[in-house]
Design a protein around this ligand. Structure first.
Ligand SMILES: [Zn+2]
Length: 329
């Protein structure tokens, strides 16, 4: 697993590398496939955030940070929503439920349980023969008990998890419930990402963006961006104040785009580019960052302010060579 995650970090970073779409494809098709291999055998549908799913979630979070170019401090619910990748334990439950439920209707249940009984018989026979050869006393305790799979309890848990819905609907509903529960305490801070509930199409807005542009959009929406407000909160030594140069508020992406008097003229130019869409309120900004074309204009403007020196080199280079197809958005 370490090899696959290392390969992903070699192919994508926050300022360079393959696009969000390509990196997400690599994660879901290569790494998550390995994480979820045989999930129906080891993951209990009712067990959310327990067992192997809990430790594997840290692997997914790490990969999603690489995919989206997010800071380590970015909350898990934002990573999943922005990358349009469901929480791993819910995904594993969906996988397990979609395997276990059809076994009843297709007749595979009897076949699987018959195989379980047969396997236990073979193991017990081999064990008895070995004990006879070693002239050790036969005992009832040496018998391997038959474990039926999927068990009645597993089937009941899967049915309860689905609640009479399709696997896709149950997954979406549970993901939304978890997202609302996670973002409700943060709504006081009003991060832009707290406005967009989970949507599998959400990451399409990153499609035409170069990696550094996508990273800036992700960071601007989640509030974890290399501007003074966030850096001061993280106690970065060279940042003595969270305030913007204009002195009228904390230096956040929202402040620069909507209110900062230092960028009054260039903001008017941005508003012209965004017309007929309005860019006056926070709600306008939240709506514009969900659309592909307007989001890219806003990100390019934010990069041109020069307040994000981390991406200066990426802006100068302007993107990867045309012939490197993997890196094209
Ligand atoms: Zn300002």
């Amino acid at each position: 697993m370490a090899t696959q995650t290392l390969a992903l970090t070699r192919l994508a970073a926050s300022a360079w590398g393959c696009s969000v779409r390509r990196a997400k494809e690599l994660y879901t098709k290569v790494i998550r496939s390995v994480l979820a291999y045989g999930a129906s055998a080891w993951h209990k549908v009712a067990d959310t955030k327990k067992g192997p799913a809990l430790s594997l979630t840290t692997v997914q979070n790490s990969c999603l940070r690489t995919v989206t170019g997010a800071y380590k401090a970015t909350p898990q619910c934002y990573l999943e929503t922005e990358a349009a990748v469901p929480p791993l334990d819910l995904y594993l439950s969906a996988r397990a439920a979609s395997f276990e439920i059809p076994t009843e209707t297709t007749g595979k249940l009897q076949l699987l349980r018959g195989a379980c009984i047969k396997a236990a018989e073979i193991i017990n026979r081999e064990r008895s023969a070995r004990r006879r050869r070693q002239r050790r006393p036969q005992g009832a305790t040496s018998e391997t008990p038959v474990t039926l799979w999927p068990s009645d309890a597993q089937l009941a848990s899967a049915k309860q998890w689905l609640g009479g819905q399709t696997v896709e609907k149950a997954l979406k509903e549970k993901w939304e419930q978890r997202w609302f529960h996670a973002v409700t305490p943060t709504r006081g801070r009003r991060e832009l990402a707290a406005e967009s509930p989970p949507d599998c199409g959400a990451c399409h807005r990153y499609d035409d963006m170069l990696k550094h542009e996508a990273s800036v959009l992700m960071q601007a929406c989640t509030g974890r961006i290399g501007l003074r407000s966030f850096l001061f909160t993280c106690r970065v030594p060279d940042v003595p104040t969270p305030l913007c140069n204009c002195g009228e508020g904390r230096e956040t992406a929202e402040h620069l785009i909507l209110y900062c008097k230092d960028f009054k003229e260039s903001r008017e130019h941005l508003a012209t580019q965004l017309a007929p869409n309005s860019l006056r309120t926070r709600r306008d900004l939240a709506a514009l960052t969900t659309k592909k074309d307007t989001a890219r204009l806003i990100v390019k403007w934010l990069l041109r302010t020069g307040r994000l020196p981390l991406y200066k080199r990426a802006m100068e280079v302007g993107g990867p060579p045309e012939h490197v197809n993997l890196f094209r958005p």
